[in-house]
Design a protein around this ligand. Structure first.
Ligand SMILES: [Zn+2]
Length: 336
């Protein structure tokens, strides 16, 4: 703190800290100017301790990863972290994050004061898409949309090679496009959002509904032998591969709606590529994506050259957010 701000030339060759913070974990990495991950550190978020202590945990994780790669904070140009939104990346404020219990937290300022380096924040899924575009499946594309299927469904929009956050910084909320107006209730309060139909949470809900209704399924048995209390992506993928009829049916429905949702995105944006990531999709890979693709192509308005629109799995896994954060930090530093 109180140090002279480094100029653009001084920071260009320095590594940055990329971070991803969600409801469960804080993941940090030191990323070199050549976009290599030099080291990573991880900590649970523990949102129940409140925003101040979570920010402390983020600061600790950042310090730890810098130390781990044998550097000092003064040798790092900046930090950027992804956070669940809605948030204001320009002011560095998280407006509200229901799964963290946050309201109006000046995250950028707190991190920058705590670490003594510039700190940026952006929507976590936007950074995931930026990472996949710069260094993963979307490399070299001009127009790309990232769709990440997890507990929820998030999206990130790249147009003319740049991340588009939207006027209110809420673009590409793919998970909350209404797909079935009278459908199941979504976490956002609406009904029939893509997230309420095709997220892992939706898949879990429908599998349990089937099990409770007396349908035969190996899921309870798999969870017991795996000693799991929650229905993880791994268990879902396992049951799918073993041909569990209930799971195949539920996943088939999720795949159908995801295909319809992706087609809606393509009909609006007409991108070269849709990159699909997240737990279940990455666990099952092509066997998950092939039916999604078939449905999506069917629902494209413009069928000409439909198959040239690539619908591909994400490549960077958990590191997409970190790498995207590093790219974002560098873009911000270059503009200062
Ligand atoms: Zn919703």
């Amino acid at each position: 703190m109180g140090k002279k701000k480094k100029n653009r030339k001084e920071t260009a060759g320095l590594p940055v800290i990329g971070m991803d913070m969600g409801g469960t974990k804080i993941l940090a990495g030191v990323i070199s100017a050549e976009s290599k991950i030099l080291g990573t550190a991880k900590r649970s978020t523990k949102p129940e301790v409140g925003s101040e202590k979570v920010v402390d945990r983020m600061i600790k994780t950042a310090r730890e990863v810098v130390e781990e790669v044998g550097l000092e904070l003064g040798e790092v140009a900046a930090l950027c972290t992804g956070a669940p939104g809605p948030l204001d990346p320009d002011q560095g404020i998280v407006w509200n994050a229901p799964n963290l219990g946050w309201d109006n937290v000046p995250l950028g300022k707190l991190l920058s004061e705590g670490l003594g380096i510039p700190a940026f924040i952006a929507n976590d899924v936007d950074l995931g898409a930026l990472g996949e575009h710069a260094l993963g499946a979307g490399m070299g594309t001009q127009d790309m949309v990232g769709v990440f299927v997890g507990t929820g469904i998030g999206g990130g929009l790249i147009l003319s090679g740049a991340l588009r956050q939207g006027w209110r910084k809420a673009a590409a909320e793919v998970g909350h496009m209404t797909i079935l107006a009278e459908g199941p209730v979504c976490g956002c309060g609406s009904r029939g959002c893509l997230e309420a139909l095709a997220s892992r949470t939706a898949i879990e809900r429908d599998i349990w509904a089937g099990v409770k209704a007396g349908r035969e399924s190996i899921v309870p048995q798999l969870m017991e032998s795996d000693d799991r209390e929650r229905l993880t992506s791994g268990v879902i993928a396992d049951a799918y591969r073993q041909g569990d009829a209930l799971v195949i049916e539920v996943i088939g429905r999720a795949q159908f709606y995801l295909g319809v949702g992706i087609a809606a995105v393509v009909n609006l944006v007409d991108p070269e590529m849709i990159v699909v990531g997240g737990g279940v999709v990455e666990a099952l890979g092509e066997s998950y994506l092939a039916p999604v693709r078939t449905v999506a192509y069917q629902y494209f308005m413009n069928k000409r050259g439909a198959k040239d629109v690539k619908i591909v799995p994400a490549r960077l896994g958990d590191n997409a957010g970190l790498l995207g954060a590093a790219v974002y930090a560098r873009q911000k530093l270059a503009k200062q």
